[in-house]
Design a protein around this ligand. Structure first.
Ligand SMILES: Cc1cc2nc3c(=O)[nH]c(=O)nc-3n(C[C@H](O)[C@H](O)[C@H](O)COP(=O)(O)OP(=O)(O)OC[C@H]3O[C@@H](n4cnc5c(N)ncnc54)[C@H](O)[C@@H]3O)c2cc1C
Length: 289
């Protein structure tokens, strides 16, 4: 049923990086985390790796911590870990909301955050929340590590800035205070176990009645999960009114480039971006006012 491939099961990070380092630019040697994307693709024969490097035994890559004003999440943290984390309830409610509507229980128990980010599906549900939280990703290879904003990680449809010999080891973002709210909504045919038609995340910060920080991220409506930068700029520095929120939501919908597929038409998706962005911004602003 499966094409042949080698399976490496390194015991620690340096052993994993050594195997990936020896393979160099060979994208056919791939990290294996939960396998909920990878094994499905191999089974469907849409992917034929030469070797998989299982990272299941590298336990320190899993977990969530808050240190020095930063939330630090290991790449191997699972969707279920997000749901069980007391640290995230107040610090990343959009991410918790997205984990709640992610797949079914068995998938949530194995699917990892790094796998969701690196697979680079435009419909990846954890990515819009991480974008509005201003997350950064750390990529490690044998020669060293680098950290870049998640907003710079996606280059094009299923193309990322990750080199084949790099592992995404952690995701970090600033732990924000009570003057900030982030929300996520997934529109799909069902609440769970359904591919997203439109996944919208927003985050707002407020001081003295004005919006100090606005983030809007759109999933499943463009080749990559994208930020609606122009719409964000319309809100920052302003006191949000229903008219301004509607105008920003309209701008976000215009920035999207949704396609028709079997789940929804591009026209419907664009309409959903407008409606959901407006709804989430209104809810976030109300919570802050
Ligand atoms: C039934 C089902 C339901 C699903 N529902 C959803 C859903 O609701 N929302 C959603 O967004 N997705 C969903 N998915 C897709 C999938 O579960 C997620 O994308 C998941 O987060 C992938 O993580 P993983 O650990 O299984 O990754 P894998 O399948 O192990 O890997 C995915 C990709 O990431 C790479 N990779 C993995 N870890 C690393 C790392 N640390 N560093 C570098 N590269 C790495 C792999 O090489 C591969 O290219 C679903 C899948 C199934 C089968």
């Amino acid at each position: 049923m499966y094409a042949n491939f080698d399976l490496h099961l390194p015991k620690d990070l340096s052993a994993a990086l050594a195997i990936l380092g020896d393979a160099g630019d060979d994208a056919k040697v791939m990290p294996l985390a939960g396998g909920t994307n990878l094994i499905v693709d191999i089974r469907a024969r849409s992917l034929t790796p030469a070797a998989l490097v299982g990272i299941g035994d590298i336990s320190h890559l899993r977990g969530i911590d808050v240190t020095n004003g930063q939330v630090v999440m290991g790449g191997k943290t699972t969707v279920s870990d997000i749901l069980r984390s007391p640290e995230l309830t107040d610090r990343a409610s959009s991410l918790v909301d997205s984990a709640r509507v992610f797949g079914g229980q068995m998938v949530r128990n194995t699917a990892t955050v790094a796998g969701n980010i690196c697979y680079a599906s435009p419909a990846a549900d954890l990515v819009p929340p991480l974008l509005v939280l201003d997350a950064e990703v750390t990529l490690e290879r044998r020669e060293g590590e680098r950290t870049l904003p998640l907003s710079e990680f996606y280059l094009d449809y299923k193309r990322t800035a990750r080199r084949p010999d790099e592992l995404l080891t952690r995701i970090t973002w600033p732990a924000r205070s009570s003057d900030s709210v982030d929300l996520f909504y997934k529109l799909a045919r069902r609440k769970g176990d359904a591919i997203t038609i439109a996944g919208i995340a927003v985050a707002l910060g407020v001081a003295d009645g004005k919006c100090t920080r606005a983030r809007i991220a759109l999933g499943a409506v463009a080749p990559i999960v994208m930020r609606a930068l122009e719409a964000e700029r319309m809100l920052e520095g302003e006191t949000l009114t229903p008219e301004l929120i509607e105008a920003a939501a309209h701008q976000a919908a215009q920035a999207a480039s949704p396609v028709d597929d079997l789940r929804a038409s591009g026209k419907y998706r664009r309409h959903c971006v407008q409606v959901l962005t407006s709804r989430l911004l209104t809810q976030a602003w109300r919570r802050l006012s």
